[in-house]
Design a protein around this ligand. Structure first.
Ligand SMILES: O=C(O)c1ccccc1N[C@@H]1O[C@H](COP(=O)(O)O)[C@@H](O)[C@H]1O
Length: 200
């Protein structure tokens, strides 16, 4: 098994951004859509300013039209856009000129070919993103093509099992490194990364 790419999502405090970076996260996410983790593009810009270039900053959106996503992404200065929901191919095409990496976040029933919508990364998540509910990760084993992240209900305690079940290129976590919705915990962030690095 190779090294697994790790994204820590839903960060809103400098302390947790610093912890994720120091502990070796490859990407960190700022939620700019309806959620207990929502932050403004301006807050995301403040947090992103402290992130070194080797860590990808990602703006997370769900259901907004491409113009609204474009505006928030530019204001925040993130380097990637993660679109949840069944966005049409045209929404990805409409954002391509920004030169940011595009992540298509879907459930297991969607088209699981990374690149089918001109995205750079595919994220396969539970039917209700950000709920923290584990799902049948093994059901997608061998189905996604290209670079894809597994998400949905991952925690430090189950991420090893999830990687073994689905064999993803990377993993993404939000609720599983929180003590309550929207409240991240540095010890859990470190523990999650430690577990993944042991497997990877
Ligand atoms: O985190 C949220 O609240 C959220 C809201 C809307 C869209 C996506 C959201 N989060 C993404 O959900 C997955 C997995 O989350 P969890 O670990 O199950 O809580 C992850 O990709 C987050 O980026």
């Amino acid at each position: 098994m190779g090294v697994v790419y790790v994204k820590i999502c839903g960060l809103s405090e400098p302390e947790h951004v610093a912890t994720a970076v120091e502990a070796g996260a490859d990407a960190i996410g700022f939620v700019m859509t309806r959620s207990p983790r929502r932050i403004t593009p301006e807050r995301a810009a403040e947090l992103a300013a402290a992130v070194p270039g080797h860590v990808l900053t990602v703006g997370v959106f769900r259901g907004e039209d491409p113009d609204a996503v474009r505006e928030a992404a530019l204001a925040s200065g993130v380097r990637a856009i993660q679109l949840h929901g069944r966005h049409p191919h045209g929404d990805f095409t409409a954002l391509k000129d920004l030169g940011l990496r595009l992540i298509r976040a879907v459930d297991a029933e969607a088209d699981l070919r990374c690149g089918a919508f001109d995205e750079d990364l595919l994220l396969v998540d539970a039917p209700h993103a950000g709920s923290g509910q584990p799902w049948d990760w093994a059901a997608v084993r061998g189905r996604p093509t290209g670079q894809w992240l597994l998400a949905g209900g991952l925690t430090p305690a189950n991420v090893t099992e999830a990687i073994a079940a689905a064999d993803p290129w990377g993993v993404d976590v939000s609720s599983g490194v929180e003590t309550s919705p929207g409240v991240k915990d540095s010890a859990l962030i470190r523990e999650f990364l430690r577990e993944v690095r042991v497997v990877g």
